[in-house]
Design a protein around this ligand. Structure first.
Ligand SMILES: Cc1ncc(COP(=O)(O)O)c(C=O)c1O
Length: 491
């Protein structure tokens, strides 16, 4: 009898009543976590200590599992919450992932329990339908004709960049998919042009795609750290003379380092002149499109070939949730070319027409759109626009504050919610400036009140804040400046 193989364990692990109790245990802790707006940075735990703490929470009864231990569950959740960056805290100014809108977490919980992977309509019906709805909703801010463009979701901006560049490469070199990278060896070697501050995932994609990281043509930046349009043409001409066949230009809408926005309308002209695929890495900054006030920063977005847009950054939903748009719907089929009879039917019907498995890398894919769509369904554009506008204004105000401090220097005018600056007290020697910023960042992190990051700007380290929480005010930023001064005095 197969039933004899079952102990009470399976009954317990799948019991609905116990599930509810577990959820309540977790919920009460998460409620406290979300309500806790104390100023907290990062408390880095020694990994060996954390490993011991995690081990101590594991059942020791290997053969016969112990009865369910609610306290053990509570302790696991407590440890999980405690050891992460406190992304909801006003002290969190360090990275681009956000303290999520809590409702999005609730919907993600639903997604985890109902488990509807969304590359295929039959597995995730609502996710696939609302993906199309969100594509139309967000395209209102891009401006393509309904029915002519495509949008898929994918697991992160890095994968979206890779997927778009794959589509671009396959358009330029149609033989590579079937016959491999020998097809890339011709008199002119394939290359990608990027702004010098481009995210590392683009260089990584060039390595993966057989183009090679060394074949990246780095375009110089202007004073605002955007691609310098006037200097781009001569650099592209020189690349051609050196035997490179640049087939794709990658622009950034919100660079990782300083949040700069390339001039898409001007770059689109260059792309058209040279028949380049224009991809926009908008992982960070595409979300500014939802604000009527800030949308002009992406002027020309309607002329690009593809756009990567992380909703898990500036649309405040759990990671990952990335949207990859293609101006031409047909181009979305260009990244992958596959037959697999167990999932892809030759004849589409009304259901399989919504499948995205042929367009995204993942086979099993999280129904990530559900969080974004639910927030959009309930709050509409306004929630996002209000939060983004606040964060960008806060960053402007923080910039104005830094400008007024004689012992600090700004290194760029912030365009969005990222700002880099340096602490340079008058006793600091020029040769020590970079190392000092790194030391300050480490001390601030160790101090436990604020979490900030560091980035090299023009080869010299700078402090970096990313404003992701609307609970952060200029007073908090002023406190941070005070902590930086204090940290600077530590030996
Ligand atoms: C401009 C830019 N592109 C791409 C990425 C990578 O996105 P993800 O972390 O979602 O893979 C980032 C992440 O910080 C980014 O800032």
């Amino acid at each position: 009898m197969t039933e004899s193989l079952q102990s009470g364990l399976l009954v317990e692990a799948f019991d609905a009543q116990l599930f509810r109790e577990n959820a309540e245990t977790v919920l009460s802790r998460l409620e406290k976590h979300v309500a806790d707006l104390s100023i907290r940075g990062l408390e880095l735990t020694d990994p060996a200590r954390l490993r011991r703490a995690a081990r101590a929470l594991m059942t020791t009864e290997r053969d016969r599992p112990a009865p369910f231990d609610e306290e053990r569950l509570a302790a696991i959740v407590d440890l999980y919450i405690k050891t992460g960056i406190q992304v909801h805290s006003p002290g969190y100014m360090g990275r681009q992932f956000s303290g999520v809108v809590p409702l999005a977490g609730v919907i993600d919980f639903v997604s985890s329990v109902v488990n509807q992977p969304s590359s295929f309509y039959e597995a995730g019906q609502l996710p696939n339908v609302v993906e199309r709805i969100m594509a139309d909703e967000l395209n209102r801010f891009i401006g393509w004709d309904p029915g002519t463009f495509a949008m898929i979701t994918t697991s992160g901006g890095s994968l979206a960049n890779l997927t778009a560049l794959l589509a671009a490469r396959n358009r330029a070199f149609p033989g590579v998919w079937a016959r491999g990278s020998s097809e890339l060896e011709g008199p002119a070697r394939p290359a990608i042009a990027v702004g010098d501050d481009v995210h590392y995932s683009v260089a990584r994609a060039a390595g993966i795609l057989g183009i090679g990281e060394d074949r990246i043509v780095r375009l110089p930046l202007d004073a605002a750290r955007r691609i310098d349009v006037a200097r781009a043409r001569p650099v592209l001409d020189a690349a051609e003379r050196q035997g490179l066949n640049v087939f794709c230009l990658v622009a950034s809408a919100g660079t990782t380092s300083v949040g700069a926005f390339d001039q898409l309308d001007e770059l689109a002209v260059i792309a058209r002149e040279r028949d380049l695929w224009l991809h926009v890495d908008g992982a960070h900054g595409a979300s500014l499109l939802v604000s009527d006030k800030l949308r002009p920063k992406l002027r020309g977005i309607d002329q690009v070939d593809s756009l990567a847009w992380d909703a898990h950054k500036m649309l405040f939903v759990p990671a990952p949730c990335t949207l990859l748009f293609y101006r031409d719907a047909k181009a979305s089929l260009g990244a992958f070319r596959q037959t697999a009879s167990y999932v892809f039917d030759e004849q589409q019907n009304i259901y399989t027409a919504l499948d995205s498995g042929d367009k995204n890398f993942e086979c099993t894919k999280r129904p990530m759109i559900m969080t974004l769509w639910t927030l959009w369904a309930i709050y509409g554009q306004a929630l996002f626009a209000e939060k983004i506008e606040y964060l960008c204004q806060l960053t402007q105000d923080a910039y104005a504050l830094v400008e007024k401090q004689p012992d600090f220097e700004t290194v760029h005018v912030p365009e969005a919610n990222i700002m880099c600056f340096r602490y340079r007290p008058d006793w600091l020697e020029e040769k020590d400036v970079a190392a000092f910023q790194v030391a300050i960042r480490d001390r601030i992190k160790g101090g436990g009140n604020f979490f900030i990051s560091k980035v090299d700007v023009d080869g010299v380290a700078a402090l970096r804040v990313v404003m992701m929480n609307h609970q952060v005010t200029t007073e908090h930023f002023q406190m941070l400046l005070g902590e930086i001064r204090k940290a600077g005095q530590e030996k």
